[in-house]
Design a protein around this ligand. Structure first.
Ligand code: CP
Length: 301
């Protein structure tokens, strides 16, 4: 086995790595769904979850996967740390490194913080989202969900909808899906689309109806209200009108499958009744994410 020491991004995985992850994920997913006790293969080993940004899905699923697989886990929150007394990020990391955790799971708003931790500590690092760089575990669970729904990723037409320029989820999905032979496209208003994205072999749609008609699956990104509303977008109502995923729009391609990494802005990028259609894989993504994390810890042990 040749699995990387750290999971910093999907750009570092090859197709063999994906096969290993997905094969193990199949096993963990079936145990989770059957409510079977998972073997605590990492009993006695330790992990710290360093979340410098808010999270629901990623954080909870990491914590649960860690417990299932037997890791001793510790949670760090900036709000109750000595960073509030002025301690720097660097000193915080040096102190954590001195405790010899086997794994560090880290989310930070600055791209490159997981890579810095890989240099500075003796732990295995898992990137849980670094700024606008990558969100590899989200990418893995999205791609695994597509593989389970369609059986085959090669030749699958997948369109990512929303602010591609500022999305770590989009970048990880593009890198992973391209490695596995899918046809990847993006859709959104011009300010959301990186200028040279065609150079990555990614097709661009500006019309959501065309994207729906021409693809097997849509991965719908959250409108980042804290960043985009009022600056890149003229109005949320306009965004919903031109790009919102509605029940009526889905009728353009009744077989299309819908993913969303969460958290969702209901009735902005996606309507509540679209979330509940049988086309939706949104809650499968969450279950799959738990199994993917068990598989990752197993492979990186
Ligand atoms: N998809 C995702 O990263 O969700 P959270 O921010 O809730 O972890």
């Amino acid at each position: 086995m040749n699995f990387p020491q750290h999971l910093l991004g999907l750009r570092y995985l090859n197709s063999q790595n994906y096969s290993e992850i997905f094969e193990l994920t199949d096993k963990y997913l079936s145990d989770i769904k059957d409510k079977k006790i998972i073997k605590k293969i990492l009993s006695g080993r330790s992990v710290i979850n360093l979340f410098f940004e808010d999270s629901t899905r990623t954080r909870i699923s990491f914590e649960l996967a860690e417990k299932k697989i037997g890791l001793d886990s510790v949670n760090f929150s900036t709000e109750v740390s000595s960073m509030n007394k002025g301690e720097s990020l660097l000193d915080t990391v040096r102190n954590i490194s001195a405790m010899y955790f086997d794994f560090i799971v880290v989310r930070h708003s600055n791209p490159g913080i997981p890579a810095m931790l890989a240099e500075m500590t003796n732990s295995r690092i898992i990137n849980a989202g670094d700024g606008i760089n990558e969100h590899p575990t989200q990418g893995l669970l999205d791609i695994y969900t597509l593989r389970n729904a369609f059986g085959e990723l090669k030749g699958l037409n997948v369109c990512i909808v929303g602010n591609i320029s500022h999305s770590r989820v989009a970048l990880s999905n593009i890198l992973g899906l391209k490695t596995l032979g899918a046809n990847v496209s993006v859709c959104g208003p011009a300010p959301f689309i990186p200028r040279h994205i065609e150079g990555m072999g990614v097709k661009v749609y500006f019309d959501i109806n065309d994207a729906i008609k021409s693809n097997d699956a849509l991965n719908v990104l959250r409108v980042q209200l804290e960043r985009e509303a009022g600056s890149l977008l003229t109005s949320l109502k306009e965004y919903h009108k031109y790009y919102g995923i509605t029940k009526d729009r889905i009728k353009l391609n009744s077989k299309i499958r819908i993913l969303h990494p969460g958290p969702m802005n209901i009735n902005i990028e996606i309507d509540s009744d679209a979330v509940d259609l049988s086309n939706s894989l949104i809650f499968d993504q969450v279950t799959n994410g738990l199994a993917v994390k068990c598989a990752l810890f197993n492979l990186m042990k």
